[in-house]
Design a protein around this ligand. Structure first.
Ligand code: YNC
Ligand code: MG
Length: 388
C-alpha cells in the first residue's frame, strides 16, 4: 500500500499487464494558469529555500546534508559521498532551473534538513522525444524520517517543474515504488581487491587467498587500443554523432545535442572522464567510453574513510569490441587509483561484465517515469539512460 504514490500519475501495480491502457502521458497537461502559484505547506517548524549551488556556502550545506544523510548500502557500511564539484556539475546542465534545486530549512536555526532536485532533459521514449525533469538527490535528515516530508517535497518539485510547462519526469531509486519501467543490477569490478576486502565491500572467494585475488584482478599498466585518448572540446561534434547513432537503438534514452555532450561528457577532473578511439587510418572517432566519479564514505573503519568508485556512464563501440574498450576504461581507472569500477546491466553492458571480472552486487536500481506509461516494462538492455 502506497498512500502517496497511489495518488500520483504513475503506472500502478493494479495496471500491470493491462494491455488496454495506452502508452504515453497518463494525464494531459493542465493550463499553466491552473498550476498552484504558492509552494505546498510544510509542517510549521520548516521553510522552503532555493539552493544556489554557485554559492559556496550553500553548496557546502548541501554537501554536508548529503554526505551525512544520503543513500547507504543495506548493511550501512558505506554512504554516497558526492563531491561539491560533482553536485554543481549534476545540477547545472544546459537550460537548468535554479528553482528546481529545493531545500528545506528549520525556520528557527536555518539549518538545511532536506533536499530534492530536478534538471531538465529531453528523453526519447520509442519515437517520442519528451521534455522531462530528471529528479535526484531526494534526502531527508535522519532525525526527520518517516514524517511524510518526502511526499511534500516531491509535490513541490512537481509544481515547480509544471511551472516550466514540463509534465513528465524520470528518476531511479533503490526502493520499489509503483511501478518500475525496468529493474537493473549494479555490477562491481575490483581494482584494489585488498582494500575492498578490508573494508567489507567484497569477501574473499572460496578457496582464494588475498594474493591470488590480487593476481586475478591485475590489469595491464597501460591501455591496449591504439588511438585511445582522453576526449577534448574539439571532439564534441564527433562524439555527439557517434552517441546519437548509438542511443537510437534503445527504447528509452536521452536525446543529446552538442551542448549536452559538452556538459555531460567533456572530462571534468574528479567528476566525469571520457576517452575515445581515433582510427589511426581515417582519423575518425570510432569508439567512446566514459565514467563518473562517486566516492563512498566508509563508515566505522579504523583504516580507511573513502572508497574511490568509478561508475560506467556511456560507452559506444563500433570498431573496437566493447570488451576491449571497457577493459581500457578499467585500466585508466586503475591508473587513477580508483578502488572499484561499477556498471549497470543497461545498454550492451551485460554481455561483457562477466568476462571483465565484474561480479553482481546485491540490491537493485529501479527506473521510473512520472506521468508516462510504458506498456510492458523493458529489459535493462533496452534502456539507454544512466542517471547520477
Ligand atoms: C524514493 N527514494 O514510498 P508511499 S532516490 C520516491 N523515491 O510513500 P516519508 C520515496 N519516493 O509509499 P522518509 C522514496 N523513498 O506511502 C520513500 N519514498 O506512497 C516514499 N533516505 O515519506 C515512500 N534518497 O517522508 C512513501 O519517508 C513516502 O522520511 C514516505 O523520506 C524518504 O533521489 C527519503 O534514499 C528517501 O533521505 C527522503 O528515507 C529518506 O523515509 C532518505 O515519511 C536516504 O515517500 C537517501 C535516499 C532517495 C534517493 C532519488 C530519486 C527521488 C525521486 C522522487 C520522485 C520524483 C517524482 C517526479 C517528480 C517530478 C514530476 C514532474 C513532472
Ligand atoms: Mg519524513
Amino acid at each position: 500500500h502506497h498512500r502517496f504514490w497511489e495518488t500520483q500519475p504513475v503506472g500502478q501495480f493494479n495496471d500491470l499487464g493491462d494491455t488496454s491502457l495506452p502508452e504515453g502521458p497518463i494525464e494531459p497537461p493542465s493550463l499553466l494558469s491552473d498550476v498552484k502559484s504558492e509552494p505546498y505547506n510544510l509542517p510549521a517548524p520548516y521553510e522552503w529555500t532555493t539552493c544556489d549551488m554557485d554559492d559556496e556556502h550553500t553548496c557546502t550545506e548541501v554537501y554536508n546534508l548529503l554526505s551525512l544523510n544520503y543513500v547507504e548500502d543495506d548493511e550501512n557500511l558505506f554512504r554516497f559521498n558526492y563531491s561539491k564539484e560533482f553536485l554543481r556539475w549534476a545540477l547545472h546542465p544546459p537550460g537548468y532551473f535554479k528553482a528546481w534545486h529545493i531545500g528545506v530549512r528549520v525556520k528557527a536555526t536555518k539549518k538545511l534538513v532536506a533536499f530534492i532536485t530536478g534538471v531538465p532533459a529531453r528523453i526519447r521514449v520509442r519515437e517520442d522525444v519528451v521534455r522531462m525533469a530528471e529528479v535526484n538527490f531526494l534526502c531527508v535528515h535522519k532525525k526527520l524520517r518517516s514524517k511524510r516530508l518526502a511526499p511534500v517535497m516531491i509535490k513541490e518539485v512537481t509544481r515547480r517543474v509544471h511551472l516550466e510547462n514540463i509534465w513528465q519526469a524520470v528518476y531511479t531509486a533503490g526502493v520499489v515504488l509503483p511501478t518500475p519501467i525496468t529493474t537493473c543490477r549494479y555490477w562491481h569490478r575490483s581494482l584494489n581487491p585488498k582494500k575492498l576486502i578490508d573494508v567489507g565491500f567484497s569477501r574473499l572467494g572460496a578457496r582464494m587467498t588475498v594474493s591470488r585475488t590480487i593476481r586475478l584482478y591485475k590489469l595491464p599498466e597501460s591501455t591496449v587500443t591504439p588511438g585511445f585518448r582522453k576526449m577534448e572540446l574539439r571532439d564534441v561534434p564527433a562524439v555527439t554523432r557517434l552517441l546519437r547513432q548509438f542511443l537510437s537503438q534503445f527504447v528509452v534514452a536521452p536525446d543529446f545535442d552538442e551542448n549536452d555532450v559538452e556538459h555531460w561528457l567533456l572530462p571534468l577532473e574528479n567528476v566525469v572522464d571520457s576517452y575515445l578511439i581515433v582510427s589511426p587510418e581515417t582519423q575518425e572517432v570510432t569508439d567512446f567510453c566514459s565514467f563518473y566519479t562517486l566516492p563512498a564514505s566508509i563508515l566505522n573503519n579504523p583504516n580507511y574513510s573513502v572508497l574511490k568508485a568509478a561508475y560506467s556512464f556511456y560507452n559506444v563501440s563500433t570498431k573496437t569490441p566493447l570488451l576491449q574498450l571497457m577493459n581500457d576504461a578499467l585500466i585508466v581507472a586503475k591508473q587513477q587509483d580508483y578502488d572499484v569500477f561499477n556498471a549497470l546491466d543497461v545498454m550492451h553492458n551485460e554481455a561483457v561484465l562477466k568476462e571483465l571480472k565484474f561480479g553482481p552486487g546485491d540490491g537493485h536500481l529501479h527506473y521510473y517515469l512520472y506521468n508516462y506509461r510504458i506498456r510492458n516494462g523493458l529489459r535493462p538492455s533496452e534502456l539507454g539512460l544512466v542517471l547520477l
